[in-house]
Ligand binder design. Structure first.
Ligand SMILES: [Zn+2]
Length: 252
């Protein structure tokens, strides 16, 4: 069984139910849907009750950092109480696009880390060109941490490993220029997750198409080959890791 540990079901071309069914046919037994603002997270919570095998995270993406209010944080806190909400995310820092200043992004990030600590829910982290500041803020986190769409090399993998963070690999690890692909053997197998980040970042060989949860199987194949494993083995291993970090009721 495979688990797509990071996907945006509400942004796909096809209806979420259809995408989830197709994923299941491809061997993807569970999908973690990700929230990028309060409204998106609320709709994600509704998907959990409507679709078996779907779990959700509630969060505010750094690209929405400038718009958040105290009420949003309260709304997030309430959402975290809902059944099937398994993480706080995605949250973090994005210095690549920098829609908002670093200070504004960091203020939100600090607030949601406190919220995660108070509610003891894992954090799903978006970091783009902000690794050191992200790790700096996260030194206060007292909950499990997932570095989603991980893009680092040797140093970043080692630092994440020292802290016991989970590393989520998306389709971009299959791209020829991926730095991470050269250091896969350094990642703790007990901390490895696979994801699509659909509708973005379609893996090879479907790169360039609109991504969907079923494509996590291609990323699994790529990583498995590099690690000398069978894809199903890697699927089971990463599904167990997803089960453990998010508390998913899966039999794997
Ligand atoms: Zn995402």
């Amino acid at each position: 069984m495979y688990v797509d540990s990071h996907t945006h079901l509400l942004r796909l071309e096809r209806p979420p139910g259809e995408a989830v069914r197709m994923a299941r046919e491809a061997g993807v037994g569970a999908v973690v849907n990700i929230g990028t603002d309060v409204e998106d997270s609320r709709r994600g919570a509704e998907l959990v009750t409507a679709l078996p095998g779907v779990y959700s995270a509630a969060g505010i993406h750094p690209q929405n950092a400038g718009n958040y209010t105290a009420e949003d944080l309260e709304a997030l806190a309430e959402l975290l109480e809902e059944p099937g909400i398994v993480a706080l995310g995605e949250v973090g820092l994005d210095y690549y696009r920098e829609y908002w200043s670093k200070e504004v992004q960091q203020a939100l990030f600090e607030d949601v880390i406190s919220l995660a600590n108070d509610t003891r829910i894992p954090l799903i982290i978006h970091n783009r060109e902000a690794f050191d500041d992200t790790m700096g803020c996260l030194s206060r986190a007292r909950v499990p941490v997932v570095l989603h769409c991980f893009e680092g090399g040797e140093r970043e993998i080692r630092e994440a490993g020292e802290r016991g963070y989970y590393i989520g690999l998306a389709g971009n690890v299959t791209f020829r220029k991926s730095v991470t692909a050269g250091f896969l053997h350094l990642i703790d197998p007990g901390r490895l997750l696979i994801e699509t980040d659909a509708p973005y970042l379609s893996p090879e060989p479907v790169r360039g198409t609109r991504n969907e949860p079923k494509n996590v199987v291609y990323t699994a194949r790529f990583i498995a080959e590099r690690l000398g494993m069978k894809p199903e083995e890697l699927g089971r291993m990463t599904a167990r890791n997803a089960r453990d970090v998010f508390g998913l009721p899966l039999e794997v």
